[in-house]
Design a protein around this ligand. Structure first.
Ligand code: ADP
Length: 410
């Protein structure tokens, strides 16, 4: 047996209730139970119980009206249908009723059991469909929200992947760049090596074969001259090899700064002494330590390499008989070394490339060199925490100055 359809009539006139009940009784099948709320407030309470399948609401409810009741109930979430009962049929009331949420309206005194049954059935069906649509809508909204959340998460994931990819790309690019630089370095190394080694080696060869030809005692001088040439060629080769070695060790990150404390003046005097054998005829190094203080804490090996490179450049790029000026100074703040020559100078156009490995200025093509010394000097100064400056004027001379802050040593 089907459940009865419970109907609540909201009407402040008992006569109307009796009439409605009679009409309802005449509906074939009598599948309805009619209850009655006689005032607005009573109706509010009963409707809140949500026991009824449909509400028949009179337009007039004392000082209040049925539209207000319908609107209030719909706003409170009542989903069962409302049918408005009005005194007269007019379009305006009909529209108002629909606007506040009524499913249908019936004009009092004109509807018969058939009309009422049809209106109730339709309203219930309509309300059910509405509820389903609303449920469906809500589900849809939920799904949209879920989807949005999933999308946002996927988006974040993508962004993360993107960043990782970009990072990887950057690293690959860096590695490739490094690889390229290394390759260039190697190919330049081969070019320079074959070129730079050839001259000293041919000197060694020719001097050695000449020595064998000078047999008599009078040829002693000549023999000595060639022994000297061989020595200097071998020294040259050693220097080139040392430069190559330094560059490759720097590339591998194998140059370390190991400071010890020593007297700078004494140390430099010895380095300058070592340089004597390499100077051109009549050249001299004027070394002066300008400050009282002379104790420093530096890496001796790095420092010696720097000074030898600068002094030998000073000699190499100056004419015979020229002086190379070398000064050092130790203050509380810094250690300063300056090497100054009166040589050929550096053309302005070449200055930007000066510290690039294997770079040589255009005015030195007939002077031997690898273009590695200054690069090594600059790197070593950096490893020691110092800075390098230079000034040069073509045909006048060049000055390199190095400053190492005392704080860099602690
Ligand atoms: P190398 O002397 O073996 O060529 P360096 O790296 O020591 O290599 O120097 C690079 C270039 O800088 C030199 O080829 C030369 O053109 C220029 N240079 C360096 N020192 C001096 C200097 N004292 N006077 C003039 N030019 C210099």
């Amino acid at each position: 047996m089907l459940d009865k359809i419970r109907v609540l009539l909201v009407d402040d006139d008992e006569d109307d209730f009796i009439i409605a009940r009679d009409i309802m009784d005449d509906i074939p099948g009598r599948n309805y139970v009619l209850e009655w709320a006689s005032s607005f407030d009573k109706a509010v309470d009963i409707i809140r119980e949500r026991r009824h399948h449909v509400y028949l609401v009179d337009f007039r409810l004392g000082a209040r009206d049925g539209l207000e009741l319908i609107e209030k109930s719909v706003n409170e979430g009542v989903t069962a249908p409302f049918i408005l009962l009005t005194g007269q049929s007019d379009r305006e009331t009909d529209e108002k009723a629909m606007r506040v949420g009524a499913q249908d309206y019936l004009v009092k005194g004109t509807f018969n059991p058939f009309d009422l049954e049809r209106s109730i059935r339709y309203s219930i069906e309509h309300a059910k469909s509405l509820e389903e649509i609303q449920k469906f809508n809500m589900e849809l909204e939920q799904r949209v929200e879920e989807r949005t959340r999933e999308l946002a998460a996927a988006n974040r994931e993508l962004e993360h992947t993107n960043r990782t990819l970009k990072q990887a790309q950057l690293e690959i690019h860096k590695a490739l760049q490094k690889e390229k630089e290394l390759h260039e370095l190697k190919s330049r190394f081969v070019t320079i090596a074959s070129h730079e080694f050839r001259t000293p080696l041919s000197t060694v060869l020719s001097s050695a074969s000449l020595i064998t030809k000078y047999k008599s005692a009078e040829d002693d001088d000549k023999r000595l001259k060639h022994v000297g040439r061989i020595k200097s060629a071998v020294n040259n080769l050693t220097n080139i090899l040392n430069d190559f070695l330094s560059i490759s060790r720097m590339e591998e990150g194998k140059i370390y700064n190991v400071p010890t404390t020593f007297d700078l003046h004494t140390f430099n005097t010895e380095v300058v002494d070592e340089m004597q054998g390499f100077l051109k005829d009549g050249q001299r190094i004027d070394y002066q330590h300008l400050s009282e203080a002379s104790a420093v804490t530096l890496d001796k090996q790095l420092l010696k390499n720097i000074i030898l490179n600068l002094l030998s450049n000073g000699s190499k790029y100056s004419g015979e008989g020229k002086t190379i000026w070398f000064t050092t100074e130790v203050t509380e703040q810094s250690i300063r070394l300056v090497v100054h020559d009166e040589g050929i100078g550096i053309p302005d156009a070449d200055k930007v490339h000066l510290f690039t490995p294997f770079f040589r200025a255009q005015n030195v093509t007939n002077i031997q060199g690898t273009g590695l010394g200054l690069n090594i000097v600059k790197k070593y100064v950096e490893i020691m925490g110092g800075t390098l400056d230079y000034q040069s004027e073509l045909g006048k001379g060049t000055e390199f100055s190095i400053t190492i802050p005392q704080t860099a040593q602690t």
